[in-house]
Design a protein around this ligand. Structure first.
Ligand code: PLP
Length: 413
């Protein structure tokens, strides 16, 4: 029988989420697969259960064969990102001379915050949000002010207005760390929502730093808007990389992009920051943006199918759990407050691996590892974040296990 047709990038045209078996995955040594014992199905940290895209694997293999493992050089990464951004998001005024390579997205966020805020200044975040937004901001000597998402899990302009006002009152140079698209809810902010952010930020004198690491992972039905293409965002920064979409977290390299009115700030970025990303990381991320489009399209189809499968599985096995299917990312934000599981919050936000409430309970009773909602800040307690970038078989087994564990909670009879 003929195998799958080769795609434009030379790899078999196959859903990357169905290539690896559980046996293959358990041989991995990354945190997703080593944090918990082997009887646990890990659906927590944002790593994907996929093989590398062929163009990325090829470039790495070539570098290893050549011993090409020295220091990174040049602007190929930003050029590849610019071409990808024009093709996918109609971002046509992307300028390579307004970019800088940084070690990874979170270190880039810290370095940009150092440029636009002062020690002790406030950084606003829309909770619940990616836990390192708290940890890294505090580590950088800034303080976090929360602007909680609305009940529809979208940004709430009134909450932002109030948070910007407070941020301004308690420091001279506040910033807003935007998560675009939003982790953990998978919300993809619309252009009108981002314009409202830009208008509020200008009014309050708040600088916006947009984390766009999930941008290539927007699923059918939604469209990604780069924040720097929004009118009023000219003094903002964006940070992105191929890390989430092509599963390259172990190959560090990201790009910081300045709006036209932020170019002078970017020039103040210390030269040594650009020494952080590794040459192999730069090669891998460049290849992903330049030649990884066909692989990404197959992945997005697979994630879209898993999004639908998850809905079906939840309806069947965990009908008391509610969620809004994500518009982007491979993360599902599950409301477990009606399960009758204790939702205690032992610590504050920020420590991504901290476990409590439903996530702790599902680990103990279903042997499924999820991210605990409380670490995402206000609004997170009682929720879990489930990473569905896995095979349909693993996803089915995990949700079935979770359903069986909840069923066992019910009094017999
Ligand atoms: C919103 C967001 N930003 C940043 C990161 C981490 O990126 P990096 O490893 O490049 O710092 C993640 C990882 O999941 C993320 O979800």
């Amino acid at each position: 029988m003929a195998g799958p047709a080769p795609s434009a990038d030379g790899s078999a045209a196959r859903n990357p989420l169905t290539v690896l078996t559980l046996h293959d995955l358990r041989r991995r040594s990354s945190v997703k697969w080593r944090m918990h014992p082997p009887d646990v199905l890990p659906l927590w940290v944002a790593e994907q259960d996929v093989p590398l895209a062929a163009p990325v694997a090829d470039v790495l293999r070539r570098a290893v064969d050549l011993g090409d493992t020295g220091y990174a050089h040049g602007t190929a990464y930003a050029e590849a990102l610019g071409e990808f951004a024009a093709g996918r998001w109609d971002w046509h005024d992307f300028r390579v001379d307004r970019t800088s390579v940084v070690p990874d997205v979170m270190m880039g966020v810290v370095e940009v915050l150092r440029l636009v805020t002062g020690p002790g200044d406030a950084v606003v975040v829309c909770s619940p949000v990616y836990p390192p937004f708290y940890a890294f901001v505090e580590h950088a000597g800034r303080r976090v002010i929360e602007a909680p998402l609305g009940p529809d899990l979208r940004m709430d302009p009134a909450a932002l207005d109030e948070a910007f006002r407070r941020a301004r009152a308690c420091g001279s140079q506040p910033a807003f760390l935007l998560c675009n698209p939003h982790n953990p809810t998978g919300v993809v902010h619309r252009r009108d929502e981002l314009e409202a952010v830009a208008e509020l930020a200008r009014r309050h004198g708040v600088r916006v730093v947009s984390d766009e690491i999930h941008a290539p992972l927007v699923l059918p039905g939604a469209r990604f808007t780069p924040y720097l293409t929004v009118s009023g965002a000219e003094d903002a920064f964006a940070l992105t990389s191929a890390s989430k979409a092509w599963n390259l977290a172990g190959l560090k390299a990201a790009v910081a992009i300045a709006g036209p009115e932020a170019t002078a700030d970017l020039r103040r970025m210390p030269e040594e920051v650009s020494h952080g990303p590794s040459h192999l990381g730069v090669l891998a991320h460049t290849a992903a943006f330049r030649a990884g489009g066909p692989w990404l399209d197959l992945l997005l189809d697979g994630l879209d199918a898993n999004r639908t499968l998850l809905e079906t599985l939840l309806a069947k096995h965990l009908p008391a759990v509610t969620h809004r299917p994500p518009e982007g990312t491979y993360l599902a934000w599950l409301d477990c407050t009606r399960l009758g599981i204790p939702t205690e919050q032992p610590g504050g936000p920020g420590v991504a691996s901290d476990l409590a409430g439903p996530a702790r309970w599902f680990l103990d009773h279903a042997r499924v590892a999820l991210s605990s909602g409380h670490v995402f800040g206000t609004g997170g307690a009682g929720f879990v974040r489930l990473n569905f970038a896995t095979s349909p078989a693993i996803l089915t087994e995990a949700v079935t296990r979770m359903g069986r564990a909840v069923e066992a909670l019910r009094p017999a009879g």
